[in-house]
Each structure stands twice: as C-alpha cells, then as structure tokens.
Write a protein that binds this ligand. Structure first.
Ligand SMILES: Cc1cc2nc3c(=O)[nH]c(=O)nc-3n(C[C@H](O)[C@H](O)[C@H](O)COP(=O)(O)OP(=O)(O)OC[C@H]3O[C@@H](n4cnc5c(N)ncnc54)[C@H](O)[C@@H]3O)c2cc1C
Length: 499
C-alpha cells in the first residue's frame, strides 16, 4: 500500500511494478503534480494541465498497480490498516508519502490573507488574486488604493519565494507591460520579505547574493532580516513598518501532512517522522515514511532537504525494502546522492549549485530548464512546456532587443540618416516600437490622471445630463455617447492601430 502519489509515492509505485506484489496507490487527488513548476501556473506562465498528469495514465502499464482516489485519515499500525473517510484498507507493507503543507507559525488566521503555494488550487487562487489586483487597479480612482492594489508582497526568501517574486516582476515589467490603458503595470511594486539575513539560505552565500542582485535588477524590492509581525486585509507589518498592499503570498514555512500525527510516534518540530536508516518507522519495520513527510538524519547528522530528488530516491529504496520485508530478506540503508539545487529568477536567469560547481545567469537557467523538462512526468507535458517556454523566451528577447534598440536610438549615431515620417512609416512594426521607446508606449501620467478623474466623476454620476458612457474613446477610454471625441481624455501617443 502506498499513500500519496507525489514524487515519493509515484517512484515507489513504479519500482514495485517490477516485483510480484499487488500494489495500491491511494491519493486524495487523481493526478501527480509537478510542484517545482507550480509558481508558473500561479503567475499565468503555464496552465494547470501542463504540470499535472493523471496517476492512472502514468501507471497504466503497471498491471499490478491499482490507483484509488481517497483521503487517508488515520493509520492503524496495530491493525495494519488505513482508515479512510468512507472505509478502510488493509496492508502487508505500507509506504507513507503524503508530503507537507504550509505552516503559518501559529498564525493560522493568515492563511486566508496570504495563500501558500502547494496545490493546483493554491496556484489558481494566487493567479486569480494577482490578475484581479491589476484589473481592480485599472478601475480604481483612488491613488493610494491603486498603489496598494499594485503592491505584491511575497513572504519567504527560499526557492519558492524567489521564483514567485521573480515571475511577478516579469509579468509586471514584460508580459503585461502594454496591456492596460490607465495603469502602468511596470510600476507595480513587488516586495520579497525574508526573515533571515539572506535569500536562498540553503545555497552558497555568493549565489544568494547573485540571486538578490538579479531580483533587484528585475525590479523586486528584496528585504532581508524582515520578520512579518502581522498581516491584515490591506497591509503587511514588519515590526512598526507598514506595507500597504492587497496581495500577499506565503512562501515561508512547511509542516508535514497531519497523517503523521496518527502514527503515535515521536515527531520533529515540523511534524515529520524521524525514520530509521532503512526509512522504516521506529518499531514498525513494515511501515516506511518517505519524502517531505519524513526526516532522515543518518547521513550527515542534519535532516535531508525537502526536495523532489530526496523523495524520488527514497521512493525507490522504500519500494525495494518493502519487497525485501515481504520476501524475508534484510532491508538496506538509504544513502542520498545529492545532485545539487537550483532556483530560477524570472526567465533566463537562475542560480545552480551542483557539487562544487556554482552557476548563475543564463547558463544556470539552461541547466534549470533541462532538469525540469527532464523530470516532467509525461512526454506531452515536456513537449508543451518546452514549446511554451521557447515561445515566451523568444518574445522576451524580442522585447529586450526592442528596449535596447530604443535606448541606443536615443544617442544619435553620427552617420545615421534623419528618420523622416515617410521612412518611419515604412519601418517594420518592431523597429517603429523600438524607435519610440518604452516611454512612448506608456500613457503619459497627466492623461492617466485625467482619465481617472473622468471615471471618478462618471462613477459619481456627476453630469447625468451628458448621457451614458461609451467605450468608444481613442485608446480605449470612455466618453459620453454623442459627445465630441475631444471631450474625453485621449493619449498623446495617438492611434494604437496606426502604431
Ligand atoms: C511550490 C513548490 C516548489 C518546489 N520546487 C522544488 C524544486 O524546484 N526542486 C525540488 O527538488 N523540490 C521542489 N519542491 C519540493 C518538492 O516538490 C517536494 O519535496 C516533493 O514534492 C516531496 O515529495 P513527496 O512525495 O514527499 O510529497 P508530494 O509530492 O507533496 O506528494 C504528496 C501526495 O500525497 C497526497 N496526499 C496528501 N495527504 C493525503 C492523504 N491524507 N490521503 C491521500 N493522499 C494524500 C497529495 O495529494 C500528494 O499527491 C517544491 C515544492 C513546492 C510546494
């Protein structure tokens, strides 16, 4: 019996498929989730189906493996059974791999205000909050409230926090930079709060520093030594310092799945089960605990990190040991082969620590991309994600090229022919954008303010006699139906279609 079809459970099931045993995989979800790419779903870079694969289809060819959709509520070690909400299942050998969830360090009331990222539902909720914040800001007429709507606070400077804030900066500065008419998404404030002295504390100090510098370059405000003391619906407090914001994301703490508590064995501070060298539960040689649910200290004296390779390698060994137990042969101790760690900072930047090797920038990102594509479970997902990233990367580069060209075009080249209107109109669209520069693409602040005031007045119904509102204004603004086109604020950068 395997409870949990995440990295640990799935690798255990695949391994047991080789042995002459009957295997049941129980999971409360019908899919295996590739959690390392969850932040991309949360920031609208990938869609949920790209990182989730049905457990049944993954294990279709393993004829001795059955998959059951059920939530395990308790383990009865004496009775050798799993208690479900609506029944029970008996086992000869058990592998528990139910992972971990967020920990709010005793502030459970923060959960609603600052969702964590662990499941697809979490990712979709975060995506919803982020995108709705921009939409609300576009319609908001109060300057302070609009700034709060455009402030995103990520709590926790580990890999998830770094990846989330990097991706938020990227959607603000690149993906959505030109999609709004009133607000300028590139002015969004993204704050990463880390209680410790540096981000990515599990990485070498030099890589942490590089990651912090890369985040700052991409527009993230990195604050270390910043312990959050309170979260309310419109602010995050760091001691006496208030950060007004409407979107707070939690990437700070983890806690083992509550199933561990039902075992009745001593647990560590994070609720994980300390296991024997062969991954079994002390005093229960037929029960193995793997991945984020367990803590293994026999190799270095310190717990192994809660990462996918640990869960996968433990899954394989626990499967072999479970087989050894039922076939009456001695079990073997676990030994973790550390393949290194990586974290990405937006598109085209990452840090990687592989043995003595320290990588950063584009090369680390390529390594990160290769590893993540490799470990995605199904071929379809690998293909879709690769195409998606290649497309997004190409567009990112095109925008960067345009941006650099725009910067360059501000310094006149001595041999450059003057750009007449006729020559300008003949240029390809991308060159025309480059010539104008990013500032020209943005609406001037005065026009934006005028538009806000106009919406405000309209919302108050200030001049009913002027007639209903229409969305026919140049640049997508609002004006009174029947009013002359000059009566609504329009953007000085002119007709979008012509551009
Ligand atoms: C956002 C995020 C990003 C990450 N990025 C990386 C990364 O870049 N690299 C890396 O190596 N690691 C990363 N990790 C960590 C990695 O995903 C975990 O270490 C790994 O998933 C642990 O595997 P597991 O099998 O122990 O648990 P999980 O993969 O979490 O699987 C647990 C399974 O158990 C099921 N389950 C839980 N409770 C029950 C129950 N009561 N009954 C039935 N089923 C249950 C769940 O539905 C789930 O399918 C990341 C984690 C997160 C959350």
């Amino acid at each position: 019996m395997i409870v949990g079809g995440g990295f640990g459970g799935l690798y255990a099931a695949r391994r047991l498929a080789r042995h002459p045993v009957r295997v049941t995989v129980v999971d409360r979800r019908n899919h295996h989730l590739f959690q390392p790419l969850l932040y991309q779903v949360a920031t609208a870079g990938l869609s949920p189906a790209d990182i989730a694969s049905p457990l049944r289809s993954i294990l279709r060819d393993a004829r001795n493996v059955a998959v059951l959709l059920a939530e395990a509520e308790r383990v009865d070690l004496t009775g050798r059974r799993i208690l479900l909400e609506d029944g029970e299942l008996a086992y000869d050998a058990l592998i528990l791999a139910t992972g971990a969830s967020h920990s709010y360090f005793g502030h459970d009331d923060w959960e609603l205000l600052a969702p964590g990222l662990k499941t697809l539902e979490d990712a979709l909720e975060i995506r919803r909050r982020v995108l709705l914040a921009y939409e609300a800001a576009e319609r908001c007429v109060d300057g302070a409230e609009r700034r709060a709507l455009l402030t995103f606070v990520v709590i926790g400077g580990g890999p998830t926090g770094v990846e989330l804030s990097g991706a938020l900066a990227e959607i603000a500065r690149q993906s959505m930079a030109r999609d709004f008419r009133v607000i300028d998404p590139s002015q969004a404030r993204i704050v990463l709060l880390e209680g410790g002295p540096r981000v990515l504390p599990a990485f070498a100090e030099a890589l942490s520093a590089k990651a912090a510098a890369a985040l700052s370059r991409s527009g993230v405000e990195v604050r270390t030594g910043a312990t959050v003391t309170n979260i309310t619906s419109d602010a995050v407090w760091v001691g006496g310092d208030q950060i007004r914001c409407r979107t707070v994301l939690w990437a700070a703490g983890v806690e083992a799945s509550p199933l561990a508590r039902s075992l009745g064995v001593p647990l560590d501070r994070a609720g994980r089960v300390p296991v024997e060298p062969d991954l079994s539960v002390p005093g229960h040689p037929d029960v193995f605990v793997i991945g984020d649910l367990g803590t293994f200290i026999h190799q270095t004296g310190a717990p192994l990190p809660g990462v996918a390779p640990v869960a996968m390698q433990q899954g394989r060994l626990a499967a072999d040991n479970a087989w050894r137990r039922v076939s009456g042969t001695p079990t073997r101790p676990f030994h973790y082969r550390d393949k290194g760690q990586m974290a990405t900072i937006g598109r085209a930047a990452a840090v990687a620590q592989i043995g003595p090797l320290r990588l950063s920038g584009g090369i680390a990102w390529l390594a990160w991309l290769f590893v993540h594509i490799l470990y995605l479970i199904e071929f379809r997902n690998r293909f879709v994600v690769l195409v998606n990233w290649a497309w997004a990367y190409r567009h990112l580069q095109a925008r960067r090229t345009a941006h650099h060209a725009a910067m360059a075009s501000r310094t006149p080249h001595p041999r450059r022919r003057p750009l007449t209107r006729t020559r300008f109109n003949r240029l390809p669209r991308r060159r025309r954008m480059a010539e104008k520069g990013p500032a020209a693409r943005r609406r001037p602040t005065a026009a934006r303010e005028a538009y806000s005031l106009y919406v405000e007045r309209a919302a108050e119904g200030a001049n009913e006699a002027d007639g209903p509102l229409s969305a026919s204004c140049r640049g997508g603004g609002l004006r009174r139906v029947g009013a002359p086109s000059g009566s609504c604020p329009s953007w000085s950068s002119g007709n979008r279609r012509r551009r």
